[in-house]
Design a binder for this molecule. Structure first.
Ligand code: NAD
Ligand code: IPM
Ligand code: MN
Length: 367
């Protein structure tokens, strides 16, 4: 058939180092499973481009992405030259909002061969299988708004307001999506992350809506937790969690904490989905541009590579060649995590390129 059109946006910092490895593995899997891809690399949506053009993206960015089926995204942010809120609101957050990518799927799993920083009550390190969760993050509204402002700046009356907005449509669709995911998993358990004691208007509203949607999913067990104790349980009782649904900001925080509990944030992928497929979806690591390690080629590329696998699965609707390609990449990641080599974040001394090569070789060889 026609090739899938994929826009490739490396962005900044280690985005530029992990993207070549994501593409290496994507190409290897596509070739092996006969999936035609047309990849187009884009240099805007980066702070380098901003420095020349004074904006993150060209005015016609949407037209330039016309016809594209998905975006593969590295990371954006270079706070030394561009303030983070400018670079992110001018790129990633714009994609999420304008392309209505209202679901952000963020799995966190403990792999064989990866040292786990958590121990159980007896002091034993957590084992693979004990941490296997899927964070479903609301991705277009909530705490991430531009509604508000600083007033009376520089006077003693100075104040700042930033509103949070939750729409019924927005909350209900992410809750339904999370219940659907939970229904298809072995444990069929959903945790709803709210904060209905302190945030006393919007959070009880979320709880009530979750209870209403739950009536349609009697096979899923639901447990509602305040976000504060929920973070403590991520650390102390991670085996309690299966699918976790959260508002935009809570989901952001949980999706760094969950992967940290599995050894490193360098493994965590994400899928920013427009499930209706009216707009392209975006696939990216959870992590950022990591200025502190950029330039040494030591970043872990697995989050990027796993994100590419999620892209293949979504593009082909979880069927046939795309699902097979996704599974082959996952098996190759598992094998490399189990047997090495490892990047420094996992205690090894292999570089970014070496990991990408090792995974690509296993994808080609079928593990
Ligand atoms: P970060 O995720 O970039 O880095 C946090 C820490 O994790 C750093 O110590 C970094 O070295 C380490 N780390 C991250 N990814 C790694 C990997 N693949 N392998 C090994 N170590 C890794 O978060 P930050 O420092 O808060 O943000 C840096 C910049 O990235 C900021 O500009 C921020 O706004 C941006 N950011 C962008 C995205 C995105 O594009 N999706 C996400 C998060 C942060
Ligand atoms: C993420 C990032 C972004 C977010 C930032 C860079 C705006 O942290 O994708 O997790 O907060 O969503
Ligand atoms: Mn984040």
């Amino acid at each position: 058939g026609l090739p899938y059109q994929i826009a490739v946006i490396p962005g900044d910092g280690i985005g530029k180092e992990v993207m070549p490895e994501g593409l290496r593995v994507l190409r290897a899997a596509a070739a092996r499973f006969g999936i035609a891809l047309a990849l187009r690399e884009i240099e805007w949506a980066s702070c380098d481009w901003y420095q020349v053009h004074g904006e993150m993206m060209p005015a016609d960015w949407k037209a330039q992405l016309q016809g594209c089926d998905a975006l593969l995204f590295g990371a954006v942010g270079w706070p030394a030259t561009v303030p983070d809120h400018i670079s992110l609101w001018g790129s990633l957050l714009k994609f999420r909002r304008e392309f209505d990518q209202y679901i952000n799927l963020r799995p966190a799993r403990l792999f064989d061969g990866v040292p786990c920083p958590l121990v159980d009550r007896q002091g034993r390190p957590r084992q693979p299988g004990e941490i296997d969760m899927l964070i479903v993050r609301e991705n277009t509204e909530g705490e991430y708004t531009n509604l508000g402002g600083v007033m009376f700046a520089g006077t003693e009356r100075e104040f700042v307001i930033q509103e949070s907005v939750y729409t019924r449509i927005g909350a209900e669709r992410v809750l339904r999506y999370a219940f659907e995911q939970a229904r298809q998993r072995r444990r069929r358990h959903l945790t709803v992350a709210t904060k209905s004691n302190g945030i006393a208007i919007s959070m009880p509203w979320w709880d009530a809506l979750a209870a209403e949607v739950a009536l349609d999913y009697p096979e899923v067990t639901v447990d509602r937790q305040h976000i504060d104790i929920l973070t403590a349980r991520f650390v102390l009782q991670p085996e309690r969690f299966d699918v976790v649904v959260a508002t935009n900001l809570f989901g952001d925080i949980l999706s760094d904490l969950g992967p940290a509990c599995t050894g490193t944030i360098g493994l965590a992928p994400s899928a920013n989905l427009n499930p209706d497929r009216r707009f392209p979806s975006l696939f990216e690591p959870v992590h950022g541009s990591a200025p502190d390690i950029y330039g040494r080629n030591i970043a872990n590329p697995i989050a990027m590579i796993w994100s590419a696998a999620l892209l293949l699965d979504f593009l082909t609707r979880g069927e046939g060649a795309g699902r097979a390609a996704h599974d082959a990449i996952l098996r190759a990641i598992e094998a490399v995590l189990r047997e090495g080599p490892h990047t420094p974040d996992l205690g090894g001394d292999a570089d970014t390129t070496r990991i990408g090569q090792a995974i690509a070789e296993r994808v080609v060889a079928g593990c």
